[in-house]
Ligand binder design. Structure first.
Ligand code: WTA
Length: 636
């Protein structure tokens, strides 16, 4: 990044316009926040009641008796699909568009709430006929097409637990996630369009199942149409199944307990295999819908576009569940932002009259490179609010987003949250004045601070750990199959106080605004995507030439961070450019294109502590030409 994110020009404030403020759901953030803190449970209970329909009301808002295994809305009966679909079909909203979809190749489709509900019912019946039952895990591996939403909702409808694996992951990443979730059924597509080429999803699936032979049924959506291998008795075309009589348009929605699992979403952790973050039916939908409504000020007439991928938490919460619960019309676009030209996104905004756009700083920086002429050629006057997520947004990108895209009319809602938090935690709403680069203040009901190792609160401008000091409804409930890891990772460092450790370093300023600086563990954010050093490193050592590997994230102007890899070769292999290229291809194939190192360096030794832990901090300092800091623990 060219500019220090954390030194914004003093006094650079952006205040909401009268017009925006007057119409906003929340007029006075400070007052609402203050009141929420007087009784946090009452605050969430009120939201839960006014935003959602419950089959049966809860007996207890929060059960903290087995902390940190908190339970929310205990005894409540609900199903997220009832609120996202069923209830809308009983009102005029059945005729409203739920999804406006555009394929990268120019294909277009729309789905009303009525139509989406029927598709979901049909597919839910298909899943049932394949033996999927309440509590079973179903892996979904697809591109950005409406069927990914159908598949997720169909699972939730019958009480199955979906595990969506981002379509940019490859063989080993998919295999590991199938194995961990023990999914018998997998839903995929033949391919997906990206930059004019086919991403061969089904081929990846075949190889992943070969490595993790847990899957006995594969359902394949035909999207790109090339020939794919269909295994007799295992693989079925989606359209064939949907044409069968079993795919009835009626399907009862399973009555779930508020605490029943809704989905597993794998995310990178500090060590070892990816963590299956588990979210539930009740609390998750409360906070997702509450935050979307207030922070993005979502209204009935909006055309809302979250340009993330459904395969990440941003897509789960703010493409699929949040907008549907609120009855919104969403845009879903399959491909790359700059295909075939750098105005693709701006053309979509113009064509569909998008009012709210939500994306990541990396995408903004990427499009900024092409210059203002591209957005200027399009009518962006429908936009009224812009969102950002995934990493700190540097003020340079913030200002470009604000002026070139928002024409100084749209607030930039910078949302800080995580796969684990399920929904926004720190984010402004229209009644909060903005400072470029800060996610501003916590959402009502959320208590956060920046603290020192001893738990004392940091002074203004002092770096510390970002902690969440009280449970929240959309919190992860556990790490799937590994509750100890849940405790160790998030609740141990500040166990004395009962605080959640976010894994980010942050700062507070004199106005109490929070500035998130970045991860302080072995998680790397590449183009806003979350990767673990461990996953890339084990990908590297799975190549016959590599004995040992270490990877680090190094700042990059467009992507936020890029990966540098350091490899020790096995005997009999010599460093060469060709080998470095082979290793990159290997990572692309094993983990996915986003994990491909920018640079691979062959080394004889890696800096390690005496106990044998790789000191990535030292590698990073060296790569960036910075002082190595305290190296007293470095092995000789
Ligand atoms: C980072 C994405 C600064 C942070 C929703 C966090 C951010 C990690 C922001 C979670 C933001 C996300 N400003 N940093 N607005 N949003 N992050 O699980 O480091 O993919 O811990 O969830 O992204 O990444 P994840």
């Amino acid at each position: 990044m060219t500019e220090d994110v954390f030194a914004p020009p003093i006094g650079e404030w952006y205040h909401p316009s009268e017009e925006l403020l007057k119409a906003a759901h929340v007029q006075d953030y400070d007052e609402v926040y203050r009141r929420s803190m007087e009784d946090v449970e009452a605050f969430w209970a009120e939201r839960a009641e006014s935003l959602l329909e419950w089959y049966e009301k809860w007996d207890q808002v929060l059960d903290a008796s087995q902390a940190p295994f908190y339970k929310w809305f205990v005894g409540g009966k609900i199903n997220i699909v009832h609120n996202a679909l069923d209830r809308h079909t009983k009102t005029w909203r059945r005729n409203k568009l739920a999804i406006i979809w555009e394929g990268e190749d120019g294909d277009k489709r729309t789905m009303s709430y009525w139509r989406l509900w029927q598709e979901v019912n049909k597919f839910a019946n298909v899943l049932k006929s394949m033996g999927v039952r309440r509590g079973d895990r179903v892996t979904i591996y697809m591109g950005r097409i409406p069927e990914i939403i159908v598949a997720m909702l169909a699972c939730a409808k019958i009480g199955a637990v979906h595990s969506v694996v981002y379509g940019g992951f490859s063989e080993q990443a998919l295999a590991t996630r199938i194995e961990d979730a023990q999914s018998r059924v997998l839903v995929t597509a033949d391919g997906s369009w990206l930059r004019g080429k086919i991403v061969p999803l089904k081929d990846v699936v075949d190889e992943a199942i070969h490595r993790s032979p847990v899957v006995d049924t594969v359902i394949v959506v035909k999207r790109t149409g090339q020939n794919v291998n269909m295994v007799q008795g295992r693989d079925y075309w989606y359209h064939d199944l949907m044409a069968l009589p079993i795919a009835s348009r009626q399907c009862p929605t399973e009555v779930m307990d508020a605490e029943d699992p809704l989905f597993i979403l794998y995310t990178s952790g500090t060590t070892g295999k990816p963590k299956g973050v588990l979210h539930t039916h009740g609390g998750y939908q409360v906070q997702v819908s509450a935050t979307l409504q207030w922070c993005f000020d979502l209204k009935e007439e909006d055309r809302y576009w979250c340009a993330a991928d459904p395969g990440w938490i941003t897509g789960h919460s703010y493409i699929v569940y949040g907008p549907l619960i609120l009855g919104a019309t969403s845009i879903l676009y399959e491909g790359a932002p700059n295909f075939p030209y750098p105005d693709r996104w701006w053309r979509i905004v113009e064509e569909y009259g998008v009012t709210i756009l939500y994306t990541a700083p990396t995408a903004i920086r990427g499009l900024m490179r092409f210059g203002e002429a591209w957005p200027n050629r399009r009518d962006l006057s429908t936009l009224r609010l812009l969102g950002s997520v995934g990493e700190p947004i540097n003020p340079e990108a913030w200002r470009w987003y604000y002026t070139a895209i928002g024409k100084e009319r749209c607030p930039i809602i910078d949302t800080w949250w995580q796969t684990e938090t399920g929904a926004f935690m720190i984010a402004p709403m229209p009644s909060v004045s903005l400072k470029p680069g800060s996610a501003t203040r916590p959402f009502p009901g959320i208590k956060v601070d920046v603290v020192r190792e001893d738990g004392t609160s940091c002074a203004t401008g002092e770096d510390g750990d970002l902690v969440i000091q009280a449970p929240w409804p959309s919190m992860l409930r556990t790490v799937y199959g590994d509750p100890q890891r849940y405790v160790d990772q998030y609740w141990t460092k500040y166990a004395k106080f009962g605080w959640y450790l976010a894994g980010d370093t942050a700062r507070k300023d004199e106005d109490g605004y929070i500035w998130v600086i970045g991860r302080n563990d072995d998680v790397i954010k590449v183009s806003g995507y979350r990767l673990g050093t461990a996953e890339v490193e084990s990908g590297l050592v799975s190549h016959p030439s590599v004995a040992e590997a270490a990877v680090i994230g190094v700042p990059d102007e467009v992507r936020g961070n890029v990966i540098y890899a350091y490899c020790i070769l096995r005997n009999g292999y010599a460093p060469s450019l060709a080998l470095a290229d082979q290793l990159k291809a290997h990572i692309r194939h094993e983990v996915g294109p986003i994990a491909v190192p920018e640079k691979i360096e062959f080394v004889d030794v890696l800096p390690k502590t005496r106990s044998g832990k790789i000191m990535r901090r030292v590698l990073k300092a060296r790569a960036m030409g910075l002082p190595e800091g305290d190296t007293s623990t470095l092995e000789e």
